[in-house]
Design a binder for this molecule. Structure first.
Ligand code: PHE
Length: 484
């Protein structure tokens, strides 16, 4: 190795990385967030833009991140610094690594609160605390669950402790071992729930809602949300995938691996939609009821159905496991940075990171009770964490990474790392140099109100623009020496 990267512990099994990365990707983002924002932004059009973002931006960014991790063999900060160093680039690029680590930490701070809801509902299905017969009863149960800081805090603390216990046990014995049984279990439970959804009577409506692509109806806000969701659901620009990539054996194919993870994640999100919306429509509920959607609507629906308690239990068990396999990945970057740079043992690093996390997440949790009026520009702390990370930090971090990989790094070194055939390498290069940056850029200028993008009518112009910029870029690039 030429960049100073040290040999590092690696995933034990052939499936280690795929399982862990899919575990990271599949989480509350797929099962809690995807259905409720799809509901808020009107269904099919949102889903279509989301799928476009996954393919045009998500997959190339994921490949880039895995390659950074594996070539730099370290936490995001160290790995990016080493890889850039190898090409003689500026140290300043490691800021991207710092931002990613911070982003993972911020996401986890609100994530444990939602995971805490899931744990508490799992408990409620066990002890029969979910009885009520109307939508209002369920809303009241959700509100009561949130109203007590002690109750909510205990659940999110439990999630934090379990996460840190798994991370503390290490990459192989903790993370890899836990995902290797949680992931198959989760998929099985989801399949059972879909079969259940098919017979609930609302399946047709659900399919229409999810797949009637009417792109004209999507707002700029909706497009930014779709892009943010693509980043969030694939765990990008938050240190998770990059750090997991740093444990990837040299023999694995980065392209194939990234595609499998993205595909599995998309399938699970759509499956979750197919399991959840039928139940919502069959019971005449409103799909746009926000973050509480699955917690208020599903328990009610489960109750009204045969073996509902059992299915409700399975659902919240699946949700809690999905959350855990994601939460461990968000803190792994920080823990790996602490062990590599501060000479701490893994256990110590986990407890230190976990304690800081606990403080910040407690603040986030208070947004639902005593901190409800501590708002800034109409958003409370919990909303700010979510908004800043998925709408801004992740897309900007992803943009920085593709620009770095596409324009700054020495082509040969990254090409070796990706190990793609000539054709696929060219496709990847075209994506990271032009398609992803322009895609992210357009969504931003649109969201800032600088232009108004109507994909359905403007697409020929967008395509022409992309071709023109690519040609111009490839002409200018060799003449503009970005590196000394
Ligand atoms: N991808 C996870 C989910 O969908 C969330 C996540 C974000 C995980 C960032 C890691 C890093 O729930």
């Amino acid at each position: 190795m030429t960049n100073g990267a040290q040999p590092r512990i690696q995933w034990l099994g052939r499936w280690g990385f795929i399982l862990a990365a899919t575990g990271s990707a599949v989480g509350l983002g797929n099962i809690w967030k995807f259905p409720y924002i799809t509901g808020e932004y009107g269904g099919g059009a949102f889903v279509l833009v989301y799928l476009l973002c996954i393919m045009a931006v998500g997959v190339p960014v994921m490949m880039t991140e895995i390659a950074f991790g594996r070539r730099g063999r370290g936490s995001p900060v160290d790995a990016i610094r080493r890889v850039v160093n190898e090409s003689g680039g500026s140290r300043g690029w490691s800021l991207l690594g710092w931002m990613a680590m911070l982003c993972g930490f911020m996401v986890l701070s609100f994530y444990v609160v939602v995971a805490g809801w899931s744990f508490s509902y799992l408990w409620k299905t066990l002890v029969g605390g979910l009885s009520g017969s109307s939508v209002d009863d369920m809303a009241a149960i959700f509100a009561a669950n949130n109203a007590s800081p002690l109750n909510l805090g205990l659940w999110s603390t439990l999630v934090t402790v379990v996460t840190m216990l798994i991370v503390g046990k290490g990459v192989q014995a903790g993370i890899e071992k836990s995902v290797s049984w949680m992931m198959p279990g989760m998929v099985l439970m989801l399949a059972v729930l879909i079969v259940y959804g098919v017979f609930s009577g609302g399946f047709g409506d659900a399919m229409r809602f999810l797949f009637s692509f009417n792109v004209g109806s999507l707002s700029s806000e909706g497009m930014l949300a779709a892009l943010g969701q693509a980043f969030f659901t694939l765990s990008l620009a938050s240190g998770a995938i990059l750090t997991y990539g740093s444990y990837l054996p040299q023999s694995a194919s980065i392209g194939r691996t990234a595609l499998s993870v993205a595909l599995a994640d998309t399938v699970v999100a759509l499956m979750a939609g197919m399991a959840i919306f039928p139940v919502i429509f069959a019971n005449g509920m409103n799909p746009s009821s926000g973050p509480g959607l699955i917690f208020m609507s599903l328990p009610l629906a489960f109750q009204a159905m045969p073996f509902g308690t059992l299915f409700g239990f399975l659902f919240f068990l699946m949700l809690s496991m999905a959350a855990l396999t994601s939460s461990v990945s968000m803190i792994e970057a920080t823990v790996s940075w602490l062990t590599d740079n501060k000479g701490m043992s893994r256990t110590k690093a986990s407890w230190l990171a976990g304690s800081v996390l606990w403080l910040v997440s407690t603040l986030a949790m208070l947004s639902f009770n005593i901190g409800g009026d501590w708002t800034l520009a109409g958003k409370h702390f919990f909303d700010w964490l979510d908004y800043l990370t998925s709408r801004w930090m992740m897309p900007l971090g992803g943009l920085g990474m593709v620009l770095l990989a596409g324009f700054v790094l020495n082509e040969q070194s990254f090409r070796d790392e990706l190990g793609l055939s000539r054709f696929w390498y060219m496709v990847w290069l075209f994506m990271v140099r032009y398609v992803s940056p322009l895609g992210i850029g357009l969504v931003f200028v649109d969201a800032l109100g600088l232009v108004s993008l109507q994909i359905h009518s403007h697409w020929p112009w967008l395509l022409l623009g992309l071709i023109a910029i690519t040609l111009l870029g490839e002409w200018v690039r060799p003449r503009l020496r970005l590196l000394p």
